[in-house]
Design a protein around this ligand. Sequence first.
Ligand SMILES: Nc1nc2c(c(=O)[nH]1)N[C@H]1C(S)=C(S)[C@@H](COP(=O)(O)OP(=O)(O)OC[C@H]3O[C@@H](n4cnc5c(=O)[nH]c(N)nc54)[C@H](O)[C@@H]3O)O[C@H]1N2
Ligand SMILES: Nc1nc2c(c(=O)[nH]1)N[C@H]1C(S)=C(S)[C@@H](COP(=O)(O)OP(=O)(O)OC[C@H]3O[C@@H](n4cnc5c(=O)[nH]c(N)nc54)[C@H](O)[C@@H]3O)O[C@H]1N2
Ligand SMILES: [Mo]
Length: 767
Amino acid sequence: MGNIRHSAHWGAFTAQVEEGRVVGVKPFETDPNPTPILQGMPEALYHDCRVAEPMIRKGWLENGPGGKRELRGGDPFVPVSWAKALDLVADELVRVKRDHGNEAIFGGSYGWSSAGRFHHAKTQLQRFLNCHGGFTAQMHSYSIAAGLAIIPHILGDLRSLRAVSSWRDIADNTELVVAFGGIGTKNAQVEPGGAGEHSTEKWLRRVVDAGVKMVSITPLRDDTPDYMNAEWLAPRPNSDVALMLGLAHTLVSEGLHDPAFLDRYCTGFEKFEAYLLGKNDGQPKDAEWAAAITAIDADTIRGLARRMASKRTMITTAYSLQRGDHGEQTWWMTAVLGAIVGQVGLPGGGFGFGYGSMQGQGNPIDPITAPNLAAGSNPTGSFIPVARIADLLLHPGEEYQFNGETRTYPDTRMIYWCGGNPFHHHQDLNRLVHAFQQPETIIVHEPWWTATARHADIVLPATTTLERNDIGSSSRDRFILAMEKAVEPVGGARNDFDIFSGLAERLGYTEKFTEGRDERQWLRHLYDVARQQAARKKVELPDFDDFWENGHVEVPEPDFANTVFSEFRADPVANKLRTPSGKIEIFSEKIDGFGYDDCPGHPVWLEPVEWLGGAEAAKYPLHLMSNQPATRLHAQMDCAGASRVSKIKGREPAAIHPDDAAARGISEGDVIRIFNDRGETLAGVTLSDAVMPGVVNLATGAWYDPAEPGKVGTLDKHGNPNVLTLDRGTSQLAQGPIAHSTLVEVARFDDALPEITAFTGPVAEAS
Ligand SMILES: Nc1nc2c(c(=O)[nH]1)N[C@H]1C(S)=C(S)[C@@H](COP(=O)(O)OP(=O)(O)OC[C@H]3O[C@@H](n4cnc5c(=O)[nH]c(N)nc54)[C@H](O)[C@@H]3O)O[C@H]1N2
Ligand SMILES: Nc1nc2c(c(=O)[nH]1)N[C@H]1C(S)=C(S)[C@@H](COP(=O)(O)OP(=O)(O)OC[C@H]3O[C@@H](n4cnc5c(=O)[nH]c(N)nc54)[C@H](O)[C@@H]3O)O[C@H]1N2
Ligand SMILES: [Mo]
């Protein structure tokens, strides 16, 4: 059959198909830096842990909704026909709506699913549930929940995140990049809508070739590639706000700040300055104070502050820094530090979030609006902050704070998850196992037997992207990509769209859900809408047939640089920010008015709940970093390719400093138990002096593999860090996840190694 053009989160490619099977994949011919993650696709496509047919949990099938729910995760599954499975799901949707209302259906369904914009699983689900009268949704993302809540208050909109100064601006104009969390290419392997070009390394090399200096502030040296020749500063994890305050104090006390900028473009500096100088609490937040918290010496802090004032400086902060306790403060203080330096809106100066956190970050925004399926509107308006899923299930009817509002958790009777993996992404998985015992019915669409599928009642096998036609596109990538179907569905899998069409037919809203279009008609329609929008911006796109025939549309690399906030800088009255003051809010009356002690009216240093400088470090002396994996996207394709090869004795690798290992009698290649009061997991050791002492790095995404499935508190055999992380909100403002604030201890594991069973699927019984 030949070569089929396709795309994924990890980039565009062609699939080689022989006799109806994918036998290999090759990166898109013009991609300068394709990722090895791609190579796992054929193996994952046919892996034994694909869900082969619709499956119902035995206790649910025999006893009805709610039946033996304490067995979820451990109960066997029974295969049923598609017709029966769809009848059961349709009846259950009717029952829950009738008896408990639409808010009792949790359909937030957070997750990345696949890159195609039509078969986007979560959008398909939400579109379907909206036809059903609505559901309880999730607000914001696991990636940047704290940032998404705080930044609009401070800066009026999200341009410092979505439209950061472009790489060209940095290469041409910046002299010094101060990168909190570093900037590298590990995380630039992926982009939500896929990518025709992995451009981050190209730009990083242009930046370094232009003579730009970089300071990389992170516990892991390898966050920034060697070729950047960056200076490495390793603060205690989660202490960055103190470091930023120490820098700010030096700038202000030495008169190196820009009072004119603060006066004209900002509001509330005086209140912040009183805190910074210690006027109210007697504690100046000076370099010595910051040194005691961060473990970076005071002279280094002062020296860096002086360099920042004397050079054209770009301050960047990775997403990761706001996925810790009080994560709001890291991004707010980044903006305030940028304002104090006074270069916001100047070419190559100011600040920006997320460079290196995602492939497209720093690329100019494409003039073309990516084709996208609309989910429609949710009549209930019900939602929870994204990471409060376990709280929702465990505390129905309870009040909580969110962004200035007192809200109440609805009473959840049904969970419907499609395209996400909470047993990957959520914190404190033992608590989640308990929380997942609460609802009456859990429905999951999944291609693979993930831990989430294994904790469901009804599992419907979904196709993977290679089994259907789609369009890939991102507003930060120069390509729109045709994604052709490579093979027929594996086993009994169906497209999410077809599953929902089957349900819509049973429930009487086929027309509303499908609008009378099949897959091909939808792709043509979505492309045509994008084409019309492009035409309004004077960009001419080929018609659908030519696009599909050619396989992609390419927009040339723009030859101009964009500088975020340049219009604001040029005229802060005509181009005022959409904040209450129209200016950068160093002090926010509005946030102050919320009265939150964990997020007051200006940025402050607040001790994280767990960190190396705190009392808990006496018991658990190592800070756990659970960063994004180099070898996969989240938990996807953990069973295959680069991820499988990276395992040590079958477990996820954990990196620790040789001194920390030696102190515990641990050697390279050993299996260790990583533990705290919340859980324990087994990992394979790699020793590295690129990890700061006191830190252990266990990337996210090893499939949760409990020694006793379904039981709360059992050993995870495989290296999933989320059995250790803490399930608590960043603050009452954002309620974001805080995976990066976790303390642990490690010990060599000398017992017999338990067998890995994550990739074998659950026990199945004959129907
Ligand atoms: N400890 C710790 N935890 C973290 C993080 C961290 O830094 N540390 N990071 C967090 C972040 S930033 C994120 S974004 C989350 C990511 O969390 P998720 O987005 O939930 O993780 P994925 O593994 O990408 O889950 C997507 C699921 O969709 C399935 N899927 C793929 N295609 C389809 C399809 O077509 N149909 C259906 N029905 N399913 C499909 C995949 O098999 C996979 O199981 O994790 C968060 N969790
Ligand atoms: N290969 C790959 N790439 C990915 C993903 C993936 O799963 N795999 N996921 C994608 C997604 S959904 C997202 S949201 C982004 C996330 O992008 P990020 O949040 O930026 O990614 P992380 O890898 O969690 O963190 C980057 C680095 O921040 C550092 N760091 C952590 N905590 C602290 C701290 O307190 N202080 C300082 N100074 N540094 C700290 C760690 O050393 C870590 O390696 O990545 C995206 N890119
Ligand atoms: Mo993310």
